[in-house]
Design a protein. Structure first.
Length: 237
């Protein structure tokens, strides 16, 4: 009799453990990842000899890469498949076609743009995000801003507005609106919803300090991720 009581107690304890484990994880188990099945190409602007904007020893290509790497990890945690046009300090050519030779810096930059376009087209992602940092001669301007191509994929505008709204809600230091532009080659050539994200102004001293801070870079990546999730939740419904 005691033996059967002991067996019953062990069974009940095991059942409680199983039920607790299921309850604790059932949401994660049964709910799909927010970006499950979504492919995203991230393009960290510039790279290598093309440093982009700069202020002293602070260079755009380094900031865009840092933010893009954080963004990539965050998107993957949400279930997305992420392709990056570059993962290191060099340009896309250095990573994908390192043996290619060029007579001029200009010809290399053109080839680099073409290569990034090729990656975007061949990977056929759901979303294309190009990460940049702004800079102008006047140091009073600040704030993240998202751009889309005026004649690009029609959903590019909605993607840009979704990320811009996320910036406004999350960073709380900008009232800028998403804008249409026509002079950005990659946005023009991308056949999917594509945006260029200007994460802030290097020319503004306060924002320059923020853009080089890892915690602020994470906030930027969080805002972009939230904007993409909001966009895809509408796009997929």
């Amino acid at each position: 009799m005691k033996r059967w009581i002991m067996v019953g107690v062990i069974f009940l304890c095991s059942l409680v453990v199983v039920i607790y484990g299921v309850n604790a994880s059932e949401k994660k188990f049964f709910m799909p990842d927010e970006l499950g099945g979504v492919k995203i190409v991230i393009d960290p602007g510039h790279g290598g000899l093309d440093g982009g904007a700069s202020s002293g020893d602070i260079v755009e290509r380094d900031i865009t890469l840092s933010i893009a790497l954080i963004l990539s990890k965050q998107l993957e945690k949400k279930g997305a498949t992420v392709i990056m046009t570059r993962k290191q300090g060099g340009d896309a050519i250095a990573e994908h076609s390192p043996t290619d030779k060029f007579l001029t810096i200009r010809s290399r930059k053109l080839a680099d743009l073409k290569l990034r376009e090729k990656i975007a087209v061949n990977e056929n992602p759901d979303v294309f995000i190009s990460v940049h940092v702004n800079s102008i001669p006047d140091d009073r301007w600040r704030g993240a801003q998202v751009f889309y191509h005026v004649g690009g994929h029609p959903n590019g505008e909605f993607l840009a507005k979704s990320i811009q709204q996320s910036f406004r809600n999350s960073l709380k230091n900008t009232d800028r609106e998403a804008l249409a532009i026509s002079g950005v080659y990659l946005l023009k050539k991308a056949p999917m919803p594509a945006v260029l994200v200007e994460t802030g102004f290097l020319s503004n001293s306060e924002e320059r300090a923020l853009l080089t801070d890892s915690k602020y870079q994470e906030k930027i990546a969080n805002a972009i991720t939230k904007g993409i999730i909001d966009f895809m939740s509408v796009e997929m419904n």
